[in-house]
Design a binder for this molecule. Structure first.
Ligand code: CP
Length: 338
């Protein structure tokens, strides 16, 4: 592939992140996927997030940790929660933040992603937060940035959404205190979900007892069992005794053909209702990364009910993103001084 010809609409090569994410001292330099990251690194992200969570309670919601740093949000795909919480997180760390409007940027005139990146680097950007519809886009950028620049994957195609997974892990840890012994069910459109993949890698690394995926067979990837999960086709039996339920959105925009008979039928079989919730443990925690389709994935009563922590997940996303940005830019400083 000629990288100088890379455009926003081109498919990217399948990512190999193992050596790319860490600097030569084993510190997180880019955050592209939860796959192959150690338990220590995932735990450090949550510990640093915990230390930042009280910033929101201060009269002035700011700390000077990234003062003088420039962070550029590059969102080639729509987002409410991720883009806004990355911006808030950067501002709470006192960084300068640019939200590049892709629709009105020179990419719409055919400029390649790499040329856009090089121009932003010429403006002294220190970090790119990238969301893209194609799997591998953030990895591609990470392979080409200057040594002092970090890249955070804010969701790439069906591949990974590591900060979403980490805010979910952080939310689970805050509710349940520890991962050992937990049974976690992930329900819905696993096939198209970058969130599910990132969660499954993180949950297994953090040592939960069991990860179950519950979905119609048409919404399961062919490699599901190799991910280290139990597969269930029936919601009620799959929910039996679980501690945490993570609902997923039906990703209609990624479904090429008819994978489901109808949303009504899907809700009948896989939609979470109070009656089905009763099969889980009495203190079950209900989560959803958003955006929610009420009446498709879950009843409004469950989304807003006493077991739901869906809005706390959004709040926790700010602290997690503060932690990831701080650790990644700190790793770059460590490399500079070595
Ligand atoms: N959970 C999530 O990624 O939401 P957004 O698409 O709104 O960022």
């Amino acid at each position: 592939m000629n990288s100088s010809k890379q455009t926003a609409s081109t498919s990217f090569k399948a990512p190999d992140s193992s050596s790319l994410q860490l600097n030569d001292q084993g510190r997180l330099r880019h955050f592209l996927t939860t796959e192959n990251l150690s338990k220590d690194i995932l735990t450090e992200i949550m510990d640093v997030a915990e230390s930042f969570s009280s910033v929101a309670d201060q009269a002035v919601k700011k700390v000077p940790v990234l003062r003088g740093k420039t962070i550029v949000n590059l969102f080639f795909e729509d987002s409410t929660r991720t883009r806004t919480t990355f911006e808030l997180a950067a501002k709470r760390l006192s960084a300068d933040v640019i939200n590049l409007n892709i629709a009105t940027s020179a990419t719409s005139k055919g400029e390649s992603i790499l040329d856009t990146i090089r121009n932003l680097e010429a403006m002294h950007a220190d970090m790119f937060v990238v969301r893209h519809g194609d799997s591998g886009a953030a990895h591609f950028i990470a392979r080409h940035v200057a040594p002092h620049v970090s890249v955070i994957n804010a969701g790439d195609g069906r591949h990974a959404h590591p900060t979403q997974a980490m805010l979910d892990m952080f939310s689970i840890r805050r509710e349940k205190k520890e991962f050992k012994g937990l049974k976690v069910a992930i329900i819905g459109d696993i096939l198209h979900s970058r969130v599910a993949r990132s969660q499954i890698h993180a949950l297994n690394t953090l040592g939960v007892q069991e990860v179950r995926v519950i979905a119609p067979s048409t919404l399961l990837p062919s490699d599901t069992k190799s991910l280290g999960v139990q597969v269930h086709g029936d919601l009620r039996s799959g929910l039996d005794g679980v501690d945490v339920i993570i609902m997923l959105r039906l990703q209609r925009e990624r479904m090429g053909g008819a994978l489901l008979p109808s949303e009504h039928e899907y809700f009948e079989c896989f939609g979470l209702t109070a009656e089905k919730l009763a099969y889980a443990k009495p203190d079950v925690t209900v989560m959803h990364p958003g955006p929610i389709n009420r009446g498709v994935e879950m009843d409004a009563d469950v989304a807003d009910g006493k077991h739901s922590i869906i809005l706390q997940q959004v709040t926790n996303g700010i602290a997690i993103r503060m932690a990831v940005m701080t650790l990644a830019l700190g790793a770059n400083r460590a490399s500079d001084s070595s």
